[in-house]
Structures are given as C-alpha cells and as structure tokens.
Design a protein around this ligand. Sequence first.
Ligand code: MN
Length: 246
Amino acid sequence: MIYFISDLHLSPQVPGVTRIFLEFLGGRARTAGHLYILGDLFEVWPGDDCIDDAENTFDRAIVDALHGLTDSGVRLSVMHGNRDFLLGEEFAARSGANLLPDPFILSVPAWQFVLSHGDALCTDDKDYQAFRAQVRDPAWRLAFLNKPLKERKAIAAALRQQSENSKREKLKQAQSLMDLNPGATDDFLREHGYATFIHGHTHRPAKHDHMVDGIHVERWVMSDWHENRGEYLCWNGEQLSREALR
Ligand code: MN
C-alpha cells in the first residue's frame, strides 16, 4: 500500500498534530510500503542545521521519528512545500527520506499518478509566484543558508507573518486567488499524460473530476492536519481512499 500526506505544518505550537503524526509514524504508517509527504510537513524549516539546534529539539524529534519509520522498512519520499522549501540533503540522510522533484510522476502497476505540492499552479497569485521564484533561486538559497541560524529563524518568522497577512487580504478579494488556476491545471494534466493528480497546499480537501481533451482525470486534494484530526490517502493497488486519523 502507498500512503500520501501533506500540509501538517508541524511546529511546537500544534502539539495535537504532532501527537497524531508521531502515533501515525509508529503505527498505521508501518503498514505502508511507501509513504509520500507532499509538502509543508513543517510550518517552517530554516535549514537542515536546525536538526541539531540545542535550543529547540522539536525538529530533531520529528526527524528521529521519520528515521524510525524508514528503519522499519517503509520507504519515505518527501516533496518541498512553500513552507519547508529548504529541506535538504542532511534532512534526507538523517530521516532516510529521498527528496522528490515537484512535480513527480509516480508509476505503479496499472496506474499513473502525478504528485505536486500544488502551489506552482496557483498562478493567479502573482505576489506569491514572485516569492516562489526568488526562494527557488540557487543564489538566494546559498546567501540565505550562509546566515546564522538565529537570523534565518527571525527572517522565516517575519516572512510567515507577511504571508498570513497577505492571505487574509487576498481572501477578502477573492477565494479563487488562493486556489489552482483552472487553465494552468488543465495544461498540467495534459502535460502529465492525464495521470491522476494528487496535491495539497490549498487546504481544501476534495476530489475533482476534470474533463481534459475528452479524457476524465481525477484530482485529489489532500486535507491539512488539525489539532484533533489528520488524514492520509491510501492507494491499495486498485483505488484511492481517504482515511482519517485522530
Ligand atoms: Mn502549502
């Protein structure tokens, strides 16, 4: 079985989510052959050296729990979200995960999926797309990662506040700004061979039916996690289902 999750936004401020996730890693997740985390596992990731930050052992505990899962024989793949886009090689080595490009085509016997965080298709949000291009620029990343951890954490906190404020502002303008652009999504489905599309990011869990070039394509949007419930998608070899965690 293959499990998919996204948008946990883990941080010390959401102990309920953290508890559900740690229980999942120690229990239900071990019944999977492969777990895919499709972005925003962490609310913030200032750089892989946060794993060994003596002042904050939260990230270390999560990485150790992920390692416990991979050690038990479950394969783990992690994609960047718009919050934890700095997850790097050290994180991968310490957790036993492999980092996935976005988008990623997942071929399984008799089926094909295309996996993405989802933010790249929110093309109506021009401010966000400019920010996304900036933080994905290798020169920006290098300059940022060369700053001391403390400074990076402060910058990340400020960016997060900015993003929350602009999200509130945009929600007043139009809900659609914060969702996938329909035309860009159709093009994406066409470019990826009409594969079943799984993504998160929008926090609007749903199963959408698209007709692209006369072909029916399913788009599964994963839920974000809450203090009293989490969710994963399960592929059992024949179909996808949405499973609740409490
Ligand atoms: Mn996101």
